[in-house]
Design a protein around this ligand. Structure first.
Ligand code: URA
Length: 295
């Protein structure tokens, strides 16, 4: 069995994950051909709380193309942090800034409590639980989704519904699990009604939490799941189909974009592409240096 077949087998979804065209899937060794000139993006940058807060004011994102993917390279000025037009719960700008500065100083436990008590936007009114994040706080890999769905709202943990089962299978295929070397979080910590996309205002008010989670975790790699998370994190409106296959940058951390598991459940033919993305991410992680004894 080839290495790739072993991955697929481990995932227990081998027939569904087979590429539709032979050769369409990047084998891991070829997946990473990041030129030396761009290798800096795979090195982890120190991210302090201050830098993180500063990033809230002036976020730049960069992306480099993985050769062979056919995507042109680009370096974009990120949009400045979108300030919500109105804040039913969030107060004025000064209050919002003070809140973001405070959040940027919190350690994991007070941060989780802050989230649990959060009433910054209207999403707090209908939630059952806040959904802070789950996983290994020493993880080198971070997966970022959009926001809690029904099951996540009920259980207070990200990705525990159907799409979570698929995500767990994807992790297993990489030899990882949500308990080991992976941390999973969302753009928003409360469920949007009827699973609608979070409003920009809601995402902006929730953003200091994710920024702080990233700063505390300092992952070596971020995998962004789906359009909503990609747009928010990378300050772009490009479709996922154009964002995947490239190494993006979030504050010095390499970012790989792939399809959201719920999209993959609706469009199983796209699973092969998601598998390509995970192979690409894995190769990038390997390239970024020796693991501290982790996957
Ligand atoms: N979809 C997400 O983006 N996040 C979850 O936690 C669950 C479903």
């Amino acid at each position: 069995m080839s290495r790739r077949e072993q991955f697929l087998d481990a995932m227990g979804l081998m027939p569904e994950w087979l590429p539709r065209q032979h050769g369409a899937v990047l084998e891991v060794p070829e997946a990473l051909q990041v030129p030396e000139s761009t290798a800096g993006v795979v090195e982890r940058a120190a991210i302090g709380a201050e830098a993180n807060v500063a990033a809230a004011r002036d976020t730049r994102t960069a992306s480099v193309t993985a050769p062979g993917t056919g995507h042109p390279g680009s370096f974009d000025e990120g949009m400045p942090l979108q300030q919500p037009a109105r804040r039913p719960h969030g107060g004025d700008h000064a209050q919002s800034n003070a809140r973001a500065l405070e959040i940027a100083t919190l350690d994991w436990e007070p941060l989780a409590r802050h989230v649990a008590d959060c009433q910054a936007c209207q999403l707090c009114e209908r939630r059952t639980n806040t959904v802070f994040g789950v996983g290994d706080q020493q993880a080198e890999w971070m997966f970022i989704g959009e926001g809690p769905g029904e099951q996540e709202d009920l259980q207070g943990e990200p990705f525990v519904g159907q799409s979570g089962k698929l995500l767990d299978n994807m992790l297993r295929a990489l030899g990882m699990s949500r308990q080991r070397n992976v941390y999973i979080a969302n753009i928003v910590k409360c469920r949007p009604p009827r699973n609608r996309d979070p409003e920009p205002e809601e995402a902006a008010l929730c953003e200091p939490y994710l920024q702080r989670q990233i700063a505390l975790l300092r992952p070596r790699l971020i995998v962004v799941l789906g359009k909503v998370a990609a747009h928010r994190l990378l300050r772009t409106d490009a479709p996922v189909s154009r964002l995947r296959g490239q190494v993006h940058d979030y504050e010095g951390i390499p970012v790989v974009v792939t399809y959201h598991p719920s999209y993959l459940l609706r469009s199983p033919n796209e699973k092969a592409k998601a598998w390509d993305d995970l192979c690409f991410a894995r190769a990038l992680h390997e390239r970024s240096g020796p693991s501290a004894g982790r996957a």
